[in-house]
Design a protein around this ligand. Structure first.
Ligand SMILES: [Zn+2]
Length: 59
């Protein structure tokens, strides 16, 4: 994964915190938090990780 957080520029490959993990039929859904406080929903399957949603940074 080579993308970065649009809010603070932190590499998405190195989330500050993994908030929760949820197994799905095709893999895993991960909720992670960036250094800036932005929550990210990631869908992980056998091939890759996709970030499907991001929140704004924490106030
Ligand atoms: Zn960030």
């Amino acid at each position: 994964m080579t993308t970065t957080c649009p809010h603070c520029g932190w590499p998405d490959a190195e989330p500050a915190e993994i908030v929760s993990r949820h197994p799905t039929t095709s893999g895993l859904t991960l909720w992670t938090r960036c250094r800036c406080g932005s929550l990210q929903a990631r869908v992980v399957d056998d091939v890759r990780v996709r970030i499907v949603s991001r929140s704004r940074p924490a106030a």
